[in-house]
Design a binder for this molecule. Structure first.
Ligand SMILES: NC(=O)c1ccc[n+]([C@@H]2O[C@H](COP(=O)([O-])OP(=O)(O)OC[C@H]3O[C@@H](n4cnc5c(N)ncnc54)[C@H](OP(=O)(O)O)[C@@H]3O)[C@@H](O)[C@H]2O)c1
Length: 281
C-alpha cells in the first residue's frame, strides 16, 4: 500500500515508518516543513501530490503541560490539523488512522476503560485529542482511532530515558504512585498499526503493552534492569503538582482488539527490557 505518515520524525512516527517499510509498503514521510497540518491548503496540496491509499496520522502537539498556556497552538495542530488530515484522506478515499491518548478519559475508578467509556479529559491536551478523534470520525468514513498511553521509543524524550538518566545521578528519586496505566513501546504499537491499516476493521482501539503499573512501579522496573543503586520513593500527584492534571486511572481495555482478531502486545516489562537493551548499547 501507499501509506502517508504524518509526524514521520516523531517518536512514534519514525518507528511506524520503519515498520511499514519492513512490511513492504510504499511510505511517504510527511514533515511539518512540506505538510504543515494546520494549513488546510498545504494538506490538500500534499495529499493531491502523493495520492495516498492510507494515512497514519502521528503528528500532534504533545507538550501536555505547555498546552495549558499555549491553547491556540495545541488546538490548531490536534483539532484543526486532524480535521484537515481526515478531510484530505476522505477526498482520496484513503483510510485514516488517528493516534489518540488515554487522556481523553476522566480517569475515575479502577477498572479499565472500554473504548466507548466515559470521556472527560482532565487537561487541555486531552480535550484536543478527544476533539481530534471526533473530527476524524465526522470527516472520514474509513477511520481507525487508536488510543495509546505512556509512550516510549528510541526517537524522542520519554519517561524511560529520564529515569535511566536521573537514577544514575541520584541515590533516591520521588515518583508518582497514584496514576496507573500501561507503558507502550512504539515498536510494538507500530506492528499493530501496520497490520490494522491493511484491513477494513474500522473503529476505536486501545493499543498498549499488556499489564498495568504506576509510574513508581515503572521507574522501579527501569532501575532494576539498568542496575542503578537508586531508591524510588512514592509520592502522590498532589505532592508533585504540574500545570496539567493527569488522570489517575489510565487502564485501557483491549476488548475491541480481541474482538477484531488483532494480537495483543507483549507485557510492558518485556517491552521495556527490549527497549533498554537497544538503548543502552
Ligand atoms: N508521547 C506519549 O506519551 C503519548 C501518549 C499518548 C498518546 N500519544 C499520541 O501519540 C502520537 C505520537 O506521539 P509522539 O510521542 O510520537 O509525539 P512527538 O514525538 O512529539 O511527535 C509529534 C510529531 O508531530 C509533528 N508535528 C507537530 N506539529 C505539526 C504540524 N503543525 N504539522 C505537521 N507535523 C507536526 C512534529 O514535528 P516537529 O518535530 O517538526 O515539530 C513531530 O514529528 C500523538 O498523536 C500523541 O498525541 C503520545
Amino acid at each position: 500500500m501507499r501509506i502517508l505518515v504524518t509526524g514521520a520524525n516523531g517518536q512514534l512516527g519514525s518507528d511506524v515508518v520503519d515498520c511499514l517499510l519492513q512490511n513492504g509498503h510504499e511510505v511517504i514521510r510527511a514533515h511539518k516543513e512540506d505538510c504543515d497540518i494546520t494549513d488546510a491548503a498545504a494538506v490538500y496540496g500534499y495529499f493531491d501530490s502523493v495520492a495516498p491509499e492510507a494515512v497514519i496520522h502521528c503528528a500532534a502537539y504533545t507538550a501536555v503541560d505547555r498546552a495549558e498556556s499555549d491553547r491556540e497552538a495545541c488546538f490548531a495542530v490536534n483539532v484543526t490539523g486532524s480535521e484537515n488530515v481526515a478531510k484530505a484522506a476522505e477526498k482520496h478515499r484513503a483510510k485514516c488512522v488517528y493516534i489518540s491518548s488515554d487522556y481523553v478519559f476522566d480517569g475515575e475508578g479502577e477498572i479499565p476503560f472500554e473504548t466507548d467509556g466515559k470521556k472527560g479529559p482532565k487537561n487541555y491536551y486531552g480535550l484536543t485529542k478527544l476533539e481530534g478523534e471526533n473530527a476524524t470520525l465526522e470527516n472520514c468514513t474509513r477511520a481507525f482511532i487508536v488510543r495509546i498511553s505512556w509512550v516510549f521509543g528510541m526517537n524522542g524524550g520519554n519517561f524511560v530515558k529520564t529515569i535511566a538518566r536521573i537514577s544514575a545521578e541520584n541515590d533516591e528519586i520521588n515518583v508518582v504512585d497514584d496514576q496507573v496505566g500501561s507503558p507502550t513501546y512504539t515498536k510494538d504499537v507500530s506492528r499493530v498499526l501496520a497490520e490494522m491499516v491493511t484491513t477494513e476493521k474500522y473503529g476505536v482501539y486501545h493499543v498498549t503493552n499488556e499489564g498495568f503499573c504506576s509510574w513508581r512501579e515503572f521507574a522501579g522496573e527501569i532501575i532494576k534492569i539498568t542496575g542503578e543503586n537508586c531508591r524510588v520513593n512514592p509520592v502522590t500527584s498532589a505532592e508533585y503538582p504540574r500545570p496539567a492534571l493527569r488522570p489517575l486511572n489510565s487502564r485501557l481495555s483491549k476488548r475491541s482488539l480481541d474482538e477484531n482478531g488483532f494480537d495483543r502486545l507483549p507485557s510492558w516489562q518485556n517491552a521495556l527490557a527490549r527497549f533498554l537493551e537497544e538503548y543502552r548499547q
